[in-house]
Every structure is written in C-alpha cells, then in structure tokens.
Design a protein around this ligand. Structure first.
Ligand SMILES: C[S@@+](CC[C@H](N)C(=O)[O-])C[C@H]1O[C@@H](n2cnc3c(N)ncnc32)[C@H](O)[C@@H]1O
Length: 258
C-alpha cells in the first residue's frame, strides 16, 4: 500500500508548505504552550518539508535541531532549503536502532498515516531515543477526511469504506495518550482544539483536499474498487465540503520520559 500513498508525491512538499499557511495548521500556535529546553537537541521525526524543524531553529537558535523522514524525496526537498538543520533518512519506528539520543522529539501530523501497531512501535522507539529529561510533542488531527457533516448516503458509504480500509488510522490522535502510557511515558498532557474551517480557511482547506485526494488517488482507487468510483467520490466530497461542517480535533500532546 505504501507506494500508493500521498507521501511520495513530487508536489507534496509544496502542499505541506501551503498547508502550514492555513490558520488551523499554525505551528506557532501549536507550540506556544510547550516549555522547550534552553539547550539540547531536538528531532523533528517525520519532518516532511522540514518546516517545523526550521521554525524551532529560528525561535530557539541555541537548540541543535535534526530532522528525519522515511521519504528520500522529502529529505531532498527539506535539504534544498538553506538552514542549520541536520536532515537524515530514517524510519521512525526503527529510531531506537540508530543509537541517537534527543532531549525533545516532535512528531507532527504523522500518527494518522500509520496503523496502531506501527505507531505504538514508533512511540516505544521515541521513548528509547530520549535522554533522561527528554520529552515528546505529538500533534495530529483526529477525524481528518471523515469528519464531515453530510446526509448524502452515497458519500457516507464511501467514507465508511475509506475509514475501514485506510492504511493508517484517521482517529489515531485520540488514542495517543494511552499509547504513550503503554510506551512508558509519564506526565502525559494534552490539549484538544477544534479545527473548524470557515471562510477563506475553508477555501484553502478545500484546495488542500483536491491535492490530498489527487496525490493519493491510487490508494483511493484501490480502496473504492476502480477509477470511476474514485472520481465519483472525489466529486461528491469536494462538492459537499463547500458548505457542510468540516472539522477535525487537533491533539497537541506533551509527555516526558520520567
Ligand atoms: C503529513 S506529512 C507531515 C510532515 C511534517 N511533519 C509537517 O508537519 O508538515 C507526514 C510525513 O511523515 C512521514 N512518515 C510517514 N511514515 C514515516 C515513518 N515510518 N518514518 C519516518 N517518516 C514517516 C512522511 O514521509 C511524511 O513526510
């Protein structure tokens, strides 16, 4: 399923950068309540285009910032931006095998892409890759794609099918606090904010959906059975989100090793 997925598309870097310009995806807002260490090293795990890593380096210049991703294309995109960040290619579920240790690991909008078993493995790997005083910050949207207030029976059927066969878990975020506990984390705290798309933010989020669907269309064709079902779904979905309630719950989770 991996190669059918959005994450490898050539224009994904540009999409991620545009996404971060939507008010509901503001990195500054997400990190404003987190107490960052004054010195130490930080990893942006699953960094995509590297925008969160660059933000952290800019706001906390005394921190050493590294960033990794399993996509060689994303690492190449991130490295093309001038910065003092060390980027490397890695699967975050195997992070503990690298013998690297961090004071803070950030994992932003990655969790729902992975199934529960694999994400639990990532959390164990994060735990083992933290220094004694280390902490994780995990940010993810719970209900992306599937939280749409619609009464359209055909669309509801499509969404049920996608929810069932999606290779990750579109409601992973709500499970992360208990998954962190299972991985041994302490002092687990979280905020839940409604990402409620209205006005110009809705227009931008619809544009994001046009790209999210198109970039991973092979996956949707696989789930829905054929190209014509995918095109039907896409048309219904993009039409419905023009004015139906479109909302996700953003989880901003902070936990410590000890
Ligand atoms: C939606 S993007 C988010 C990127 C970035 N964190 C941001 O906030 O814009 C998800 C990223 O997770 C990466 N990813 C998914 N599974 C991964 C894994 N097992 N190890 C490392 N990176 C992974 C993808 O390649 C992709 O770049």
């Amino acid at each position: 399923m991996k190669n059918l997925y959005i994450l490898e598309h050539a224009a994904e870097c540009e999409r991620l950068n545009q996404q971060s310009e939507i008010e509901q995806f503001s990195i500054a807002d997400e990190l404003k309540k987190i107490k960052f260490p004054e010195v130490g090293n930080v990893l942006d795990a699953g960094c995509g285009s590297g925008l969160a890593a660059r933000y952290i380096k800019e706001v906390f210049p005394t921190l050493e910032v590294e960033a990794c991703d399993s996509s060689e294309a994303r690492i190449a995109d991130a490295m093309a931006e001038k910065s003092e960040i060390y980027y490397y290619h890695a699967d975050i579920s195997e992070l503990d095998k690298l013998g690297k240790f961090y004071d803070l690991i950030l994992n932003r909008y990655v969790a729902h892409h992975l199934n529960g078993k694999l994400y639990q493995k990532c959390l164990h790997a994060f735990y083992d890759s933290l220094n004694v005083q280390g902490q994780v910050i995990i940010i993810d949207a719970d209900g992306a794609l599937i939280n749409i207030g619609t009464t359209n029976k055909k669309l509801i059927k499509y969404l049920d099918k996608i929810k069932k066969h999606f290779p990750g878990d579109l409601q992973q975020a709500r499970k992360i606090p208990s998954m962190l506990k299972s991985a041994g984390f302490k002092d687990i705290k979280y905020d839940i904010e409604v990402m409620n798309f209205q006005g110009s933010n809705r227009i931008k989020e619809i544009q994001q959906y046009e790209q999210r669907l198109e970039f991973s269309k092979d996956m949707y064709i696989f789930i829905l059975g054929n190209k014509s079902e995918y095109l039907n779904f896409k048309e219904l979905y993009l039409n419905e989100i023009k004015d139906s309630p479109l909302f996700y719950n953003k989880f901003i989770i902070n936990a410590h090793k000890f």
